[in-house]
Design a protein around this ligand. Structure first.
Ligand code: ADP
Ligand code: MG
Length: 246
């Protein structure tokens, strides 16, 4: 399939909807009925304490992990009903993913890392390299094109990882604490680059963070507590207030 055949509902409909997600690892219940909508072009921050299920939620939404119960739909199509092959194609073509660190291939240059998703999707090498170079430029790391990840700073390699996530011009980017391993200046540069680029291209972003400064870049924020989504922040203030009440 060369064209996007999954059309998200137009207007205000959600691009991705999760309903009642449950996921356990052994006796450990990572998600206990989490529901969430990610709208087209929206930057949504998900905050929550370590172990609250943030990464598991992201993996379910991005079609990386299948929930035990509940459903995720993308453009009206249930991810649970798709074959592994079709899911893989969606992940490659419609979704981009960025993790905290270390997701670049160490043996490949920055340019080759960014060109890879295009090559996997069948783009010719010359065109893939050209587009990869343009995306490195957008994220201010064109000068690092020939470097391998080991030769770059943490902030530079995260910007390369963002370029790689966005080079296929996905509908949604899933970012799991993308600045979690960076100092605040580098983190701010990465976030500014991500938010600016996502807004420009209309890409929806699900941004996981436990940093209130970072969450402030989002259009909307929800909190995750014990595997359940709560609207509004679950940041330090929200959690403190909840503890006092309860
Ligand atoms: P967060 O990203 O908010 O820190 P996670 O989604 O990574 O939370 O984890 C939620 C819970 O599920 C934690 O208790 C964690 O230990 C557990 N968990 C997550 N992934 C796995 C896994 N692959 N195997 C076993 N337990 C896991
Ligand atoms: Mg996590």
């Amino acid at each position: 399939m060369s064209t996007r055949d999954v059309q998200p509902p137009s207007g205000t409909g959600a691009l991705i909807s999760a309903r009642g997600l449950k996921k356990s690892y052994g006796r450990n219940e990572a998600l206990r009925g989490a529901s969430l909508d990610l709208h087209e072009g929206e930057i949504l921050a998900v905050s929550g304490a370590s172990g609250s299920g943030k990464s598991t939620l992201l993996h379910c939404l991005a079609g990386i992990v299948r929930p035990d119960e509940g459903a995720v739909s993308y453009g009206g199509e249930q991810l649970g009903g798709l074959s592994e092959a079709r899911l893989g194609e969606l992940r490659r073509r419609d979704f981009g993913v960025v993790f905290q660190f270390g997701q670049l291939i160490p043996e490949l240059s920055a340019l080759d890392n960014v060109a890879l998703p295009l090559l996997l999707g069948g783009t010719r090498r010359s065109e893939a390299n050209q587009r990869a170079g343009e995306w490195l430029e957008r994220f201010g790391v064109r000068g690092q094109a020939e470097l391998r990840p080991g030769g770059m700073s943490g902030g530079q390699s995260q910007r390369v990882a963002l370029a790689r996530a966005l080079v296929t011009e996905p509908r949604a980017v899933f970012a799991d604490e993308p600045t979690g391993a960076l100092d605040s200046l580098a983190g701010e540069q990465v976030m500014t680059a991500l938010v600016h680029t996502a807004r420009e291209s209309g890409t929806a972003v699900l941004l996981i963070t436990h940093d209130a400064q970072i969450a402030a870049y989002a259009d909307r924020e929800v909190g995750l507590r014990d595997g359940v989504v709560h609207s509004g922040s679950a940041g330090p203030v929200g959690r403190k207030a909840a503890r006092r009440e309860g």
